[in-house]
Design a binder for this molecule. Sequence first.
Ligand SMILES: *Cc1c(COP(=O)(O)O)cnc(C)c1O
Length: 325
Amino acid sequence: MQTKQAKPPGFEAVQEAASRIADQIRRTPVLTSAEADRRAGARLFFKCENFQRTGAFKFRGALNAVRALSQAERAAGVITFSSGNHGQAIARACQIEAVKAVVVMPTDAPAAKVRAAQSFGAEIVHYDRMTEDREALAKSLVQREGFSLIPPFDHPMVIAGQGTSAMELIEEVGRLDALFVCLGGGGLLSGCALAASALSPGCQVIGVEPEAGNDVQLAFARGEPVSIDVPDTIADGARTTRVGDITFAIIQQQVTAIETVSDRSLIETMRFFAQWMKIVVEPTGCLAAAAAMRQREFGADAKIGVLLSGGNVDLTQYGAWLASS
Ligand SMILES: *Cc1c(COP(=O)(O)O)cnc(C)c1O
């Protein structure tokens, strides 16, 4: 596939993305909390992508990738196979750019997700999760209909777009001693690492994935991508089974360490955000914060960036998590 040979983007690609998407993305707020600082033993700066359009950072990479297409590619339309935040972000970006969007979703996808993509004008193509492979289906539609495939993470323009979140954070608060970023396929982490190494040299960049699906931690130690079964975790944005090839190349070069967080700790962190900072953060969005708030060796003056990746969560489920103990 074309993206397999694609050269990893550099920081210039992040800068280009920032100007390409500036008029449509929200410059999300950076929040602080004395209680968070107390827990971490350092100064934490939360970049709140739960306030981004479509409720997650994915809109950055999606819009950058759609806008980077040629006229011919735009005319043919875009396809993706994520039913989660990336699918919504692609649907919205294509609506803004007046490009046809096709989102491949399982027949049993939650009605709310189907409706969200449809409300942005996307066409839904269903597949049977038991008997069909969504990537193979998407690729056959690419061949037959000439659509451009924009995958959720392993794509230079997606990575560069995601990196604009860390770029904004560092522009706003200055140099960081460390930056914590959640990690599924690694689009957000690799883009943020490009921004951090250029704008805040020496900043430690720490990727955080669910304990139940630590494939990147294993890959990082082994020096090559590792495939695992679909992990059983409430962090649904990080249920990936294998890191990307482009994202992994950047992670290997630019990331300091990979840590893991338990589901229990994600629930405690969701509760922390509701109680102390009055914000709704989805489980995957809590990964980086959960890890940052257990760090103690940085020192009280250290400046630590924390990416809150999104806030899309089913409210009934969210209420049950907050009420559980
Ligand atoms: C997609 C997603 C992630 C993981 O991002 P990757 O680029 O795949 O590592 C984390 N949090 C949220 C809210 C997401 O939607």
